[in-house]
Write a protein that binds this ligand. Structure first.
Ligand SMILES: N[C@@H](CCC(=O)N[C@@H](CS)C(=O)NCC(=O)O)C(=O)O
Length: 214
């Protein structure tokens, strides 16, 4: 049975799951939960996602929400965890610890600040809502310092968890694109090693296939 992503094709978190499907050649269908029409707040969707957000998946009767947890599940179920497998083999404790560290970096030092910038510069204007330049300024200042940390890491290794690509790198793609292309913020482009890494991950065919819609 085909994997179903209950999501909104253009939403960042839906595309986060879709890019991993593409990387692993997992066929999927999108059952649209229309965010503009408020379908994510319907009782039917709240049964799947108690917080009223997208995406969720249904996989042969198995249901899951939280995009990063979904990506981990997809690699473990359909991929080949190991040095070339987007996530380490769980029996490799040190590689797994490095991977979890990288995933925590994205979650704690990138996601919120990039999301705030994207929300104020791209998402709210798209919806015709007013924006707050102070929020953009505050979060850009914080993200600048965070990306200096990224530069220190990426000057020593190719990717965030070491020298092999993992889903922790791919997690950055949706909001990385929103701040770079949408908000025209140059933080991912002006630091040499961050720029090398960003160009590498954002030019992958899997991302090119879903970057404008899952
Ligand atoms: N941590 C959640 C976040 C999900 C999330 O924020 N989804 C957004 C789209 S990217 C959403 O559903 N927004 C609708 C809203 O906030 O009303 C995940 O990664 O799945």
């Amino acid at each position: 049975m085909t994997l179903t992503i209950h999501g909104y094709r253009k939403s960042a978190c839906t595309r986060r799951v879709a890019v991993v499907c593409k990387e692993l050649n997992i066929p999927y269908e999108v059952a649209t939960v229309n965010l503009i029409a408020g379908e994510h707040r319907s009782e039917a969707h709240l049964v799947r996602q108690p917080f009223g957000l997208v995406p969720t998946i249904s996989d042969n009767g198995f249901e899951l929400f939280e995009s990063r947890a979904i990506c981990r599940y997809l690699v473990q179920k359909y991929g080949k965890p190991g040095p070339d497998g987007l996530m380490p083999d769980p029996r490799d404790i040190e590689a797994t610890a490095n991977f979890e560290q990288a995933a925590s970096i994205e979650n704690n030092h990138f996601d919120f600040y990039a999301w705030q910038i994207a929300l104020e510069s791209v998402i709210k204007p798209m919806k015709g809502e007013s924006t707050d330049p102070e929020i953009i300024k505050k979060n850009t200042t914080i993200l600048e310092a965070k990306l200096d940390g990224y530069e220190r890491i990426l000057s020593k290794q190719k990717y965030l968890a070491g020298d092999v690509l993992t889903i922790a790198d791919l997690f950055h793609l949706p909001f990385g694109m929103a701040i770079t292309e949408g908000a025209k913020y140059d933080g991912l482009l002006k630091r040499p090693n961050v720029a090398r890494w960003w160009k590498d991950i954002s030019s992958r065919p899997a991302w090119q296939a879903v970057k404008d819609g899952a």
